[in-house]
Design a protein around this ligand. Structure first.
Ligand SMILES: C[S@@+](CC[C@H](N)C(=O)[O-])C[C@H]1O[C@@H](n2cnc3c(N)ncnc32)[C@H](O)[C@@H]1O
Length: 351
C-alpha cells in the first residue's frame, strides 16, 4: 500500500506528542512530590537555585526543567537562564484545591498503568481486574484528580440543580454517598451542610479506612460515618439523598445497585448520579476528553465491572441513554439531566 507522506508526518507528529506526554506523567509527579512547581511558582529560578531551594540535586533539576520547558509546563528565559511558571501553569500544577489539578490526574494515570501486565492478560482471558487489585496510587490519584472538580461544582452547582434537595440538606437530611472511595464528595457535602448526616460506603476496605481518617482529620466524625459495603448491599435507609460519584459505570451490576438504592430512598428521595461527560455513541466521544476516559476505562472501569457479578460493563463513556435505560429498568419514575461540566454529567433520578 502506498504511504501518503503528509499523512504519515501528521501521524508521527501526534505520536511524538503522545510519547512526550507519557514520559511527562512521571516527570510531573516528580515535580509535584519534590515541590519543584510550588517553588517555581514563588519566583523565577535557575536550576541550581531551584535545587538548593528544594533540597534536590542540580543536575537532575536542570534536565527536568529542560523537559518541562520543551513540553510547555514551565517557561524558560534564555537571557536570565531562569525558569518560571505562568499564573495559568501555577494554577493547574500547584493548587490541589483549585478547579484543575494536573498532578492528581497524572498520579491516577501512572497508578493505572502499573496494571498493564494484568490488563493485557485480562484481554486474553476475558477475566476482570478489580479496583482493589490496582496500585495504591490509583486510589490516591483518583481522589486528587476528582476532588478539585467536586470542590468547584458540587455545592454551588450540582446540588442546587436538583429539585428541592439543597433546601432539605440545609434543614437536615440523611445522605448516603455510595462508592465513595476516599470520601472527597462526602466530606465536601458534610462541611457545607452541618445539619445533615452522611453515610459513605464503598466495597473497597482500604479506601474506607482512608475516608475515615479524612473525616476525623476534618473534625467531621460526628456527622459522617463510613461503611465497607457494596452498592447492592449498603444499609441505613431511608435516605433523602443517595449519591454515586463516578462509580455506577464501574459496577458489574449497576441495575442491581439502582434497585437497591431505590429501596434505600425515602419515597420523595433523590438519587444524584454523577457520571463522566459522554455522548450517546462512539463518534460523539472521539475527542480528547473521550480519549482520556476510554483509555482510563480500559484499565480501570471495564476490568472492575468484569470482576463483579452482574454481566454489565458500561465503561466510562456510557452516555445519557444507557444511564436513563438503566434507571428505567430499575423502576425509577423520573430521570433528568440536571447539570454538566466538560468532565461530568449530573442526572437526577427519582423513585
Ligand atoms: C472511580 S472511583 C470513584 C470514587 C469516588 N466516588 C470519587 O468520586 O472519588 C470508583 C469507586 O467505585 C467503587 N466501587 C466499584 N464497584 C463497586 C460496587 N459494586 N459497590 C460499591 N463500590 C464500588 C470502587 O471501590 C471505587 O472506590
Amino acid at each position: 500500500m502506498a504511504i501518503d507522506q503528509d499523512k504519515l508526518m501528521e501521524f508521527l507528529h501526534k505520536f511524538v506528542g503522545d510519547l512526550g506526554a507519557t514520559m511527562a506523567a512521571g516527570n510531573v509527579l516528580v515535580g509535584d512530590r519534590l515541590g519543584l512547581y510550588r517553588a517555581l511558582a514563588e519566583r523565577p529560578m535557575q536550576p541550581h537555585e531551584l535545587a538548593k531551594h528544594t533540597g534536590t540535586a542540580t543536575r537532575y533539576v536542570d534536565e527536568w526543567l529542560r523537559g518541562q520547558a520543551a513540553g510547555g509546563y514551565v517557561e524558560y528565559d534564555p537571557q536570565t537562564r531562569a525558569y518560571s511558571l505562568t499564573p495559568e501553569q501555577a494554577f493547574a500544577l500547584t493548587d490541589p484545591d483549585g478547579a484543575v489539578f494536573a498532578p492528581g490526574a497524572f498520579e491516577l494515570a501512572l497508578g493505572a498503568l502499573r496494571a498493564e501486565q494484568k490488563v493485557t492478560e485480562a484481554f486474553r482471558n476475558g477475566a476482570g481486574v478489580a479496583w482493589h487489585e490496582h496500585d495504591e496510587e490509583v486510589f490516591s490519584g483518583c481522589e486528587r484528580f476528582f476532588r478539585p472538580g467536586y470542590a468547584a461544582n458540587l455545592i454551588t452547582g450540582w446540588l442546587p440543580a436538583l429539585d428541592g434537595v439543597e433546601a432539605k440538606l440545609n434543614a437536615g437530611a440523611r445522605v448516603a454517598d455510595v462508592g465513595c472511595g476516599h470520601g472527597a464528595s462526602t466530606t465536601l457535602m458534610a462541611r457545607a451542610f452541618p445539619k445533615s448526616s452522611f453515610t459513605g460506603s464503598d466495597y473497597h476496605e482500604e479506601s474506607i479506612t482512608q475516608a475515615r481518617k479524612r473525616v476525623a482529620d476534618a473534625g467531621l466524625a460526628d456527622q459522617v460515618k463510613f461503611d465497607v459495603a457494596s452498592a447492592q448491599t449498603f444499609d441505613g435507609g431511608p435516605y433523602d439523598l443517595v449519591t454515586t460519584f463516578d462509580c455506577l459505570h464501574d459496577m458489574g451490576d449497576p441495575v442491581g445497585a439502582a434497585r437497591h438504592i431505590r429501596e434505600m430512598l425515602a419515597p420523595d428521595g433523590t438519587w444524584m448520579v454523577v457520571e463522566p461527560y459522554a455522548g450517546n455513541c462512539v463518534t460523539d466521544n472521539l475527542n480528547p476528553v473521550g480519549r482520556v476516559y476510554y483509555s482510563f476505562s480500559t484499565f480501570l472501569c471495564v476490568p472492575n465491572a468484569l470482576s463483579q457479578d452482574g454481566g454489565y460493563s458500561l465503561g466510562a463513556q456510557a452516555g445519557q441513554e444507557a444511564i436513563r435505560r438503566l434507571a428505567a429498568d430499575a423502576g425509577y419514575a423520573r430521570f433528568r439531566r440536571a447539570a454538566e461540566t466538560p468532565f461530568n454529567i449530573v442526572y437526577e433520578v427519582c423513585p
